[in-house]
Write a protein that binds this ligand. Structure first.
Ligand code: GLN
Length: 191
């Protein structure tokens, strides 16, 4: 099994370090080119700035390679979640359009651009998960096949659809590895 962290921009090393704690060295890699995408079973798209990451993806042809990889499991956090969406509301901006939901960028507004909240996530055992939200998007209009795994004030914040997982918060900025473990389980299902 090989899981890559897309290393174009954003909090790449935090995801990489968590994966390295959970997997063997040869099972984790950083990805900067489209050629490497075909070697992967799983891909994490980190948080950052979705306009920048989207533009770089298109420039390097990584978007097409991702879209044609039919068994590739993908976990997007924040910017990564935005890029997995079908559509960004109120904006003409590139997305991969791989999951059935729409998204509103920076939707929590200035005064609460960043905040933390304990999230109940029934698919994970144990205590609530500390969600760190940084200029987070809000997930809207989820399709029927999308499973909502956690909500914050009624908005979905962690969702799953087939081989895709999207979080509007940043599990890589905590030392709680349960969501990464959950993603690895999804990757294994599609090997
Ligand atoms: N606000 C950023 C965007 O729209 C996302 C922020 C993040 O990834 N922490 O891309």
């Amino acid at each position: 099994m090989l899981i890559g962290v897309l290393a174009l921009q954003g909090d790449v090393s935090e995801h990489f370090n968590i994966l390295r704690n959970l997997l063997a060295a040869e099972e984790v890699t950083l990805v900067k080119t489209k050629e490497r995408i075909s070697e992967l079973d799983g891909l994490i798209i980190p948080g950052g700035e979705s306009t920048t990451v989207g533009k770089l993806m298109v420039k390097y042809g990584i978007d097409k390679k991702i879209k044609s990889s039919e068994n590739l499991a993908i976990f997007g956090t924040c910017t990564g979640a935005i890029l997995l969406a079908k559509k960004i509301l109120g904006m003409k901006q590139f997305t991969l359009n791989l999951m059935d939901f729409e998204v509103e960028r920076n939707a929590y507004g200035r005064q609460r651009e960043s905040f933390e909240a304990d999230l109940a996530i029934p698919v994970l055992d144990g205590k609530p998960f500390r969600g760190i939200f940084i200029r987070a998007p809000v997930i809207k209009n989820v399709g029927k096949k999308v499973k909502v795994l956690a909500r914050y004030k009624n908005d979905p914040v962690l969702i799953e659809e087939d081989r895709f997982l999207a979080a509007t918060f940043h599990p890589e900025l905590t030392d709680d590895i349960r969501i990464h473990k959950y993603f690895i389980k999804i990757v294994r299902k599609y090997l």
